[in-house]
Design a protein. Structure first.
Length: 531
């Protein structure tokens, strides 16, 4: 099912809903475009004028930042109107009065949370998805608010017209920030303790929706064959590198994508699995070892020895200088801040004056403190400073460690503050995993633990089971994965736990914290270890 609208729902609640409610929600999911946010079963406490508090539930709430909100009451079964009174399956029920009460209750809550101002139009509707208006004798004003089986064939124009012409709440001047505020209120952050998995699902959907359009961005620089792009964490550098390689490949040009980390190379390569393009994706040292014909088992034995990488980069440079490899039509470098002088010298031998050559990098993630002697393209680098990968709370924390400006893209979810936990890291990790996985229903695969050292030199130790939750050295089914943040650089996960953070550990300097924290898209925890 091709779904463009953003959906927010609890699967358990939706499955228990009536057939008409479920059908209505699923129809909107298929037929509304990407500008609509569709919420199912919105519950809230309404404080009425006399101070009386009442719990209300909206069956379906629709929000479009361009037009406004529609509060919908959904009914099914046999519906009749007798002398102005409604009956559903012979039981007295007035869905129009019910939806009006819900709409004004929601308006009171919105104004309270937004300090008196609510800049969007708001209208109401009643949905009879299995009935036809012509078969029900009802007042004209009610028919105008009715979404019946005919309306459901193409609901979007009807909804837009309903908001424009029948809004019971006039609109003020809305802004991107207003949209963010409304989504923050409607998002289930207040119920995070009960079901964090639904919260991070919501965050992820929001982040994906507001990510950059790589093709549109690159079109601005189509005249440049060579370009350096400096971007803050989460600014979309890897997405741009992938799109640039794809564009070159679709032109039939031999294209090479290089990065430092093998893990990141695998992530990038998967984007080309379903396309037969002349695009090669490799981590630099894997590319070097293959080009030099080094046996994989020999490289694997010495992979943790820094001298192996020095040897490969220098030998590759010598090999390429002999003209043994045909230059590529296009070379794209991701995470360029990690490349050493020897690596750059080798890369330059893989391009000609006619080759496309793009470099993406972030000086703030230079975790190996490599001298950054990037190729000089004769023009200043393009700078990206808008984060479109992390929640606002995480971006605000990252900005503390960055020497460059860094802001969240409009529409990013608010998220939750980065949590610092002091003390016994192993005990704290066990309590945290118990809470996240066993109590808050987060999938273990949605969590990554990042450290500054190999797993055997951390608080995890040899016993890698915590409250029944297994931790693996790398990705494994139904396990929480552990990586060093250096190895995980360029990748991300919904929840990230920084383990054994110590002030006297040089690997946990500002660069390390910035790099590790930026891997968390939705929530981050820092387990701080006493020196």
């Amino acid at each position: 099912m091709d779904i463009k609208a953003h959906l927010h729902y609890d699967e358990t609640v939706l499955q228990k809903a009536t057939d008409s409610e479920r059908a209505f929600f699923e129809t909107l999911a298929r037929k509304l475009d990407e500008n609509w946010f569709v919420f199912h079963s919105v519950r809230f406490m309404d404080e009425e004028k006399k101070g009386k508090r009442q719990e209300r539930e909206i069956d379906v709430l629709l929000f479009n930042p361009i037009y406004g909100l529609v509060v919908v009451e959904v009914k099914g079964g046999k519906i009749e109107c007798r002398e102005g009174k409604y009956f559903v399956d012979e039981r007295p029920c007035n869905p129009f009065a019910q939806v009006l009460n819900n709409m004004f209750g929601l308006l009171r809550v919105m104004k309270q949370k937004l300090n008196g101002g609510f800049p969007f139009r708001m209208a109401y509707a009643v949905a009879f998805p299995f009935s036809h208006a012509k078969d029900i004798d009802m007042p004209l004003r009610d028919k105008d608010a009715l979404m019946d089986a005919t309306t459901m064939k193409n609901p979007q124009p009807w909804l837009v017209k309903r908001i424009r012409e029948k809004s019971s709440v006039p609109a003020a001047q809305a802004s991107a920030r207003s949209t963010d505020d409304v989504l923050r209120i409607l998002a289930p952050t207040s119920t995070a303790e009960d079901d964090l998995s639904s919260v991070i699902d919501f965050d992820s959907a929001q982040i994906e929706r507001h990510s950059i359009d790589p093709a549109q961005f690159l079109s601005l620089f189509s005249a440049f064959r060579r370009l350096a792009v400096r971007g803050c964490a989460g600014s979309g550098k890897t997405l741009l590198a992938i799109e640039k390689a794809r564009q070159e490949g679709r032109l039939g040009r031999r294209t090479l994508v290089l990065c430092y980390n093998t893990l990141l190379a695998g992530v990038i390569a998967r984007h080309f699995n379903n396309e037969k393009l002349p695009v090669t994706v490799k981590a630099f040292y894997d590319f070097g070892a293959e080009t030099l014909g080094l046996p994989p088992h020999r490289v694997a034995v010495h992979k943790d020895d820094p001298r192996t990488y020095v040897f490969i980069s220098r030998e590759l440079r010598k090999y390429l200088a002999g003209g043994n490899v045909k230059p590529y039509d296009a070379v794209v470098i991701d995470e360029g801040q990690d490349f050493t002088d020897d690596m750059w010298e080798a890369v330059k031998m893989l391009v000609t004056d006619d080759s496309t050559f793009y470099v993406f990098y972030d000086p703030e993630q230079n975790v190996f403190h490599t001298p950054m002697n990037l190729p000089d393209f004769g023009i200043p680098p393009v700078t990206l400073f808008v984060n479109c990968r992390n929640t606002r709370q995480i971006t605000a924390e990252l900005a503390k460690y960055s020497a460059y400006p860094m802001v969240s893209m409009s529409g990013m979810p608010e998220g939750r503050p980065v949590t610092m936990i002091d003390g016994d890291c192993r005990a704290n990790l066990e309590a945290l995993l118990d809470k996240l996985v066993n109590k808050q229903r987060v999938r273990p695969e949605s969590i990554a633990i990042l450290g500054a050292h190999g797993i055997g030199n951390t608080s995890i130790g040899k016993d890698r089971t915590f409250a029944g939750v297994k931790v693996a050295d790398g990705a494994a089914p139904k396990c929480v994965a552990y990586y060093t943040y250096m190895k995980f650089k360029g990748c991300d996960n919904r929840i990230v736990i920084l383990l054994d953070v110590r002030e006297d550990d040089s690997r946990w300097d500002a660069t390390g914290l910035y790099t590790a924290l930026s891997r968390a898209t939705s929530q981050a925890f820092i387990l701080k270890k006493d020196a």
